[in-house]
Design a protein around this ligand. Structure first.
Ligand SMILES: NC(=O)c1ccc[n+]([C@@H]2O[C@H](COP(=O)([O-])OP(=O)(O)OC[C@H]3O[C@@H](n4cnc5c(N)ncnc54)[C@H](O)[C@@H]3O)[C@@H](O)[C@H]2O)c1
Ligand SMILES: [Zn+2]
Length: 322
């Protein structure tokens, strides 16, 4: 059974205030602020190392490659990210509803929101990036090399693509957790309960349903029947201790760190790339935008991750034939 563990002080899900993330960057790379000024002056200058062949060489020598993925890794599957136009549901930004306070004050509204996201996901499939990562893991596992994915995504698309070593650090849309007995259950019903059928419309003028609590998803454990919540980590909550330990183990032993489709502003995920860079581990970022992780990355591939990952993760000539 997975339970919320709060013993990891300071490891709650949170945004890094811009000032702090800037200071953190400057700490790691004192040339950052200078370089930012330079960037503004020379827009056309090649600002990033985007050398595919060089990264492929480095990857071919790595024994333990870790991917850190975020909502952008699923963008090409048609899953909205939290930032940009897709970030709103009705009049709320997703971050306003993904909180324990929102659920406490209006569980019906939060369940409508998650019901909407679950129903959207049923129509989505892994994209080229997910598949390239999963194929890479399968291939390297035959060479006694390890590939793992630490994902902030709750959409399960990495698993659907065939990745086996996946840590879903923020939980899953398709699991529920009982508020009383904490039982975690996989639930793929559509709708999750009859009362949510035809609910969850994302339009700004849609009315909230105020579904009575007894009609919202309930625990199936004998003698419980308490209300359940989505088994996801909300803003302000601690991450699961088992996942944190597993993440630490991956980070302690990896020798290559690839950051895919994350804005690198949600803590603690955002701290991992700077930690790796500080240990002189190669960090490669895949993102159509610059992020707080860009300056500490050895490589930055500017565009949709699905455009780069299949080529970069393809078999290297030094690998044995299958
Ligand atoms: N699919 C999901 O499960 C999902 C969707 C939305 C939000 N979230 C949650 O959002 C929180 C926000 O953090 P986040 O950093 O994951 O997401 P985010 O929404 O903050 O940032 C998404 C990032 O992806 C980049 N991006 C957009 N399209 C891309 C593409 N095709 N290829 C590569 N990058 C692309 C954007 O430039 C941006 O930096 C997390 O807690 C996460 O659990 C998850
Ligand atoms: Zn229960």
């Amino acid at each position: 059974m997975l339970m919320l563990i709060s013993s990891h002080a300071g490891r709650t899900l949170n945004h890094i205030p811009r000032a702090i993330s800037g200071a953190f960057r400057a700490l790691l790379n004192p040339a950052v602020s200078q370089r930012n000024n330079f960037k503004m002056a020379t827009e056309s200058d090649q600002r990033w190392n985007s050398d595919v062949a060089a990264l492929r060489e480095e990857i071919s020598k790595a024994k333990h490659i870790v991917f850190m993925t975020g909502a952008g890794a699923s963008a090409e599957s048609g899953v909205p990210t939290f930032r940009g136009a897709g970030g709103f549901w009705r009049k709320w930004q997703a971050q306003q509803l993904a909180t324990p306070e929102a659920f406490e004050s209006n569980p019906s509204l939060v369940w409508e929101f998650y019901h909407y996201r679950r129903e959207v996901m049923i129509t989505k499939h892994p994209n080229k990036g997910h598949i390239a990562i999963a194929d890479f893991e399968k291939r390297l596992s035959n060479q006694e090399r390890r590939v793992s994915v630490i994902t902030q995504n709750i959409d399960e698309l990495h698993r659907q693509a065939g990745s086996a070593n996946v840590i879903e650090m923020h939980g899953s849309l398709f699991k529920t957790r009982c508020l009383k007995c904490h039982h975690v259950k996989e639930d793929r019903n559509s709708p999750i309960v009859p009362a949510l059928a035809d609910r969850g419309e994302p339009d700004a003028d849609a009315d909230s349903s105020r579904i009575p609590e007894e009609q919202l998803p309930r625990c199936s454990q004998p003698d419980c029947d308490s209300m359940v919540r989505p088994h996801v980590v909300w803003f302000g909550e601690s991450l699961d201790g088992v996942n944190l330990t597993a993440i630490d183990e991956e980070l302690d032993t990896c020798d290559m760190f690839l950051v895919v489709g994350t804005s690198s502003v949600v803590y603690p995920a955002a701290m991992y790339a700077p930690m790796m860079a500080e240990r002189n581990i190669t960090v490669a970022e895949f993102n159509p935008e610059e992020t707080p992780a860009t300056d500490i990355s050895t490589y930055h591939f500017h565009g949709p991750s699905g455009n780069f990952l299949p080529e970069i993760l393809a078999r290297h000539p030094s690998e044995p034939a299958e």
